[in-house]
Write a protein that binds this ligand. Structure first.
Ligand SMILES: [Zn+2]
Length: 213
């Protein structure tokens, strides 16, 4: 018996939340007590986690939801996890929890809190499942997620369908709008899943040709 951490990563529209929800439904069938949290920074859905399907016309549709507690600060997080009356803790969109400024480590308060919880309840059946983007639009590690990948007992790295060539190896969320800011909460009008061949890094045009500025 030991607490464990499972991390699910991949680009947008790769089915991370769908996989998280499927695991939570299984936990519910097994009569496990679940708690779900989500960063309050995600303004798209408040109070629940939602899996979405992309329709042929490019619009998205919510396919399944579970209610979640919105967390903004470390204090909020501690309030949610202090009564240890849960067996499964699920966290969606974990990339939105910020790292420290100035940078202290690759975990930030959220990653350190997850590590502390695993240490504190190490000889229990606690199962923590964290889902999020491991990489931002510029191929940079995103928030505390890469640090949590290092701490994880198991990792699932998902791919999406490339929205340019249709291959199943979509690995990054290509931003379609200008700007260097890492946190831009968006949907299909702002982001597209792309494979490595179709990805255009910021400031570089298609196929590695540096675009004129
Ligand atoms: Zn492609």
């Amino acid at each position: 018996m030991a607490a464990r951490l499972e991390v699910i990563v991949g680009p947008m529209f790769s089915g991370k939340t769908e996989m998280l929800i499927a695991k939570l439904h299984r936990a519910q069938y097994a009569r496990k007590r679940i708690r779900i949290i989500k960063p309050a920074h995600d303004t798209r859905t408040q109070g629940f986690i939602a899996s979405r399907a992309v329709n042929p016309d490019g619009t998205t549709e919510v396919t399944d939801t579970l209610s979640a507690v919105m967390v903004r600060t470390e204090q909020d997080f501690m309030r949610v996890v202090t009564p240890a009356d849960f067996d499964v803790l699920a966290v969606d969109e974990a990339q939105f929890f910020p790292l420290d400024e100035p940078l202290k480590d690759s975990l930030g308060w959220f990653g350190r809190a997850i590590r502390a919880l695993l240490r504190e309840r190490r000889d229990t059946h606690l199962h923590i499942i964290v889902a999020g983007l491991d990489m931002d639009f510029a191929e940079q590690p995103f928030g505390p997620v890469p640090g949590l990948l290092a701490l994880a007992d198991s990792v699932e790295k998902l791919t999406g369908v490339c929205m340019v060539c249709g291959s199943d190896s979509g690995y990054i969320s290509q931003r379609l709008i200008a700007g260097e800011q890492q946190l831009v909460v968006g949907d299909v009008s702002e982001y597209q899943v792309r494979c490595r061949a179709c990805y255009e890094p910021p400031g570089i045009g298609p196929r590695g040709v540096v675009s004129a500025r």
